[in-house]
Design a protein. Structure first.
Length: 385
């Protein structure tokens, strides 16, 4: 029997919102020129970018000069870690970086690469819920630390970190240390006010907020030195050269505005999450929900099923029309357990399967009940073989 596929991988990629798509289509009829060109067409494109930057600055409560557009969050994370680390070592001879063990691979792999460039990196452990412990953070800071990077909300298990508390600790013991957060999953669920968060740098992505997938950004507070990684033109104040795509940037700004407006509807995500879990647990009582019980992104559900093979589960779920994942999409090709799950130090069983599902603004209660029923069916079948 053919079943209607259900997309439950919104943490990996969101569709472009219809209103954002329409906005970009309308602009693309007239905005196509190089924004660096001095003629009237180029000036129109530049004005679109300037307007978008100003609008984003209002949302983030920051200066327009603190916003840098990139094509992906991976680029922005690389720019944050490498750019700030290089600048601090060049200016102050500090070569120590602190990151959490559950960061996105674009942070962890960049940190590992910096180790080969004689930077010292401390990887902060987390508890079984994925939360960084404050004493571990304080102990990690030293006289040569130049940067701390801790994501505000985990992309695999959904745990929300108390970023403001971490920032306060760092400010107290080492005010010279810059603080970066990967906030890719955060818009629509919490504040993006950089003043109240207290952070010095923040990464956002259009691909996770129903915006254009080819536009992301890095906020870097004025006064925080950041060296360029690429060289060429003077785009993005020379920090990230290359021709900007004005239409995508405008679409990103609009998508971020819509995400801010959705914060008031976060309760609907919690309600749908509960419906899914109640349906699932009524038939598979031994499934484990990973991540923090309370401080968690409501649209991300990470599950462990004892006695089930990981690969078999994902294949079977795909066959019954469920688009889910075993972890972060960027790590999908790696034939190993997720580094996030390893960091949680969960009980290791001879056979167990992990999966992440993440639903979106248009995912209905009916679809989530249906998804839970299909998972129950697949798990039961796999356990009986």
């Amino acid at each position: 029997m053919n079943r209607q596929p259900i997309y439950l991988d919104y943490a990996a990629a969101t569709p472009v919102a219809p209103e954002v798509s329409q906005h970009m289509q309308n602009l693309s009829r007239e905005i196509f020129a190089n924004p660096s060109s001095s003629h009237v067409f180029g000036r129109k494109a530049r004005q679109i970018i300037d307007d978008a930057r100003a609008h984003i600055a209002t949302i983030l409560h920051c200066e327009v000069s603190e916003i840098y557009f990139t094509h992906s969050a991976t680029e922005a994370n690389n720019l944050a870690l490498r750019g700030i680390a290089y600048a601090a070592r060049r200016q102050y001879h500090r070569n120590h970086i602190v990151v959490s063990a559950v960061e996105h691979s674009s942070i962890l792999q960049t940190a590992k690469a910096l180790e080969h460039e004689d930077f010292r990196v401390t990887y902060l452990p987390v508890d079984r819920y994925g939360v960084v412990q404050e004493d571990a953070l304080v102990s990690a800071i030293s006289h040569d630390t130049n940067l701390v990077s801790i994501m505000i909300a985990n992309n695999e298990v959904g745990t929300i970190q108390p970023i403001q508390s971490y920032v306060a600790l760092v400010r107290t013991c080492a005010p010279y240390v810059a603080f970066h957060t990967d906030a890719v999953q955060w818009p629509g669920f919490g504040t993006l006010n950089t003043q109240s968060l207290g952070i010095d740098a923040m990464t956002l992505s259009g691909a996770k907020i129903y915006g254009p997938p080819d536009c992301s950004m890095l906020f870097v507070r004025n006064g925080i030195a950041c060296d360029p990684l690429l060289f060429g033109g003077r785009q993005e104040h020379g920090l990230w050269p290359g021709t900007e795509h004005a239409v995508s940037i405008a679409g990103f700004a609009y998508a971020l505005e819509l995400a801010e407006a959705r914060r008031s509807a976060a309760d609907s995500f919690h309600a749908r999450r509960n419906i899914f879990l109640e349906t699932l647990r009524s038939h598979v009582s031994d499934c484990v929900v990973n991540g923090h019980q309370d401080n968690i992104l409501p649209h991300i559900v990470h599950l462990t099923f004892p006695g089930v093979d990981q690969d078999a589960l994902l294949v079977a779920l795909d066959q019954v029309g469920l688009a889910v994942s075993g972890g972060a999409a960027c790590d999908a090709g790696a034939q190993r357990i997720s580094h996030v799950i390893e960091a949680l130090h969960l009980p290791k069983l001879f056979k167990q399967a992990h999966m992440r599902l993440s639903f979106g603004i248009s995912t209905s209660e009916k679809e989530l009940r249906e998804a839970a029923e299909r998972i129950v069916q697949v798990v039961s079948q796999l356990r009986s073989t």
